[in-house]
Design a protein around this ligand. Structure first.
Ligand code: NDP
Length: 399
């Protein structure tokens, strides 16, 4: 049916490639392109020989001209951006120039400002409409499936959603004293930033990690959860009409937070460049270089993740609560695709989003967040491609 250009060859890209190869009728040909070509070649070597034809390429995704040349050469029907958020705009520019659909899993963030917002990518709406191409923003798990869950809850279970609590829990243990489950630089920028939540039309900022609760999660048990800012808050506040409050919660162990505090206190999480022995370095980028590569955590990580959304609102004039979530087992993911569950829960929805566009189910010109599309075919695909969801109509609520 189609050709996908996959940009990036890290933890998430590896899952996307595995999953695309499981659906060769949709993904007839893929090209894996990244900064380090040997990583693309290693992925190709693992998966070659199936029905999906695979090729690889070297590309600097910060360079629009290089991207355009690659797109013109491979002629994909869609570009799946699973490089880093810094490359979102250059890849969108290249898609515009070549009139190819676009998908990513994380919103644009300038390298020198640890603040992710949709404003840069939403500014491309008219250009994508005029070019007649689709940009699907945030097709990972969170953002991604959390937006699909919200659209699904609104479509099938509520007349009005009043509040959404997104809870992202990882009860996996990789055995290292400290490591991050996805790109350390992006992860640490996210968790050291101020928290925020949406209430009554406004975003309320909080000190990092200053709001904590304990939540008893299905199949995982009670965990400390901390309020964080997260990018889907911004789009859900607009796309779920009348919603009064949206909060995002993530689990962190005491051990993780203690390490992070020390690293922060000694200046290792700073993104301000410093001079070191005559060379300018960014402390956080140096820290990334000494931490374990998230892609290497797969074989070591045991336990489960549970990510879902708790909704409160009304249906037929009566109050209603609804919880929809996915539980994913790190070791089962590793057995299937050689990656841990964090990469898996991001890579599977990226493949499904691309499938929605390639099969024409989600094809409309413009720049869209995931909750703006019909959630039903995506929800079916989650069950089919490895992220089955469960629901509860009597969940515990977070105060
Ligand atoms: P990794 O660091 O493992 O992989 C990133 C890849 O991008 C690497 O292969 C890297 O190349 C490549 N890359 C970086 N810069 C460039 C460039 N200028 N040109 C070409 N390639 C480049 O990250 P992950 O796989 O963990 O994460 C990928 C994306 O997924 C990130 O944007 C992350 O924020 C997002 N994510 C989204 C989640 C969600 O639920 N929505 C959850 C987790 C992650 P090299 O190998 O040379 O370094």
């Amino acid at each position: 049916m189609g050709k996908a250009l996959i940009i990036g060859a890290g933890g998430v890209a590896s899952v996307v490639v595995h999953k695309c190869c499981q659906v060769p009728d949709v993904f007839e040909e893929i090209c894996i392109a990244s900064r380090t070509k040997s990583k693309c070649d290693a992925l190709k070597e693992k998966l070659d020989g199936g029905k999906t034809k695979i090729q690889t390429a070297q590309v600097d995704a910060d360079n629009v001209e290089e991207l355009i040349a690659l797109i013109n050469d491979f002629k994909p029907d869609i570009v799946i951006n699973v490089a880093l958020p810094y490359q979102d705009l250059t890849i969108m520019d290249a898609c515009l120039a070549t009139k190819v659909d676009y998908l990513d899993t994380a919103n644009y963030e300038p390298l020198d400002t640890a603040k992710f917002e949709y404003k840069w990518q939403w500014a491309y709406r008219e250009k994508f409409e005029e070019a007649g191409i689709t940009a699907l923003l945030g097709s990972g798990f969170d953002p991604g499936v959390t937006g699909v869950f919200s659209a699904y809850a609104l479509k099938h279970h509520f007349d009005q959603i009043d509040s959404i609590d997104i809870v992202d829990a990882n009860a996996g243990d990789h055995g290292y004293p400290f490591a991050t489950n996805f790109n350390p630089e992006i992860n640490i920028r996210e968790v050291t930033a101020n928290g925020s939540y949406y209430e009554n039309g406004k975003f309320i900022e909080t000190e990092p990690m200053s709001i904590k609760r304990v939540y008893d999660l299905p199949e995982i048990g009670p965990k400390d959860i901390y309020l964080l800012h997260h990018e889907e808050l911004e789009s859900l506040a607009i796309n779920i009409p009348g919603v009064k409050r949206i909060r995002f919660w993530m689990t962190f162990s005491e051990n993780y937070l203690t390490h992070l505090k020390v690293l922060e206190n000694v200046g290792m999480t700073s993104i301000e460049p410093i001079n070191f022995e005559g060379k300018e370095i960014v402390p956080l980028q140096f820290l990334k270089a000494v931490l374990p590569d998230p892609a290497s955590l797969g074989p070591r990580t045991k336990g489960k993740t549970n990510i879902g959304c708790i909704f409160q609102g009304t249906k037929d004039g009566k109050p209603k609560t609804y919880y929809v979530y996915n539980v994913c087992d790190h070791q089962e993911c590793y057995r299937e695709v050689g990656s841990q569950a964090i990469s898996y829960t991001t890579g599977v929805p990226a493949m499904i989003g691309a499938m929605m566009i390639l099969t024409g189910k989600w094809k409309k010109a413009g720049v869209y967040n995931i909750e703006e599309f019909d959630p039903d075919p995506f929800m079916d695909a989650l069950n089919q491609y490895g992220l089955p969801w469960q629901e509860s109509f009597d969940p515990k609520l977070i105060d």
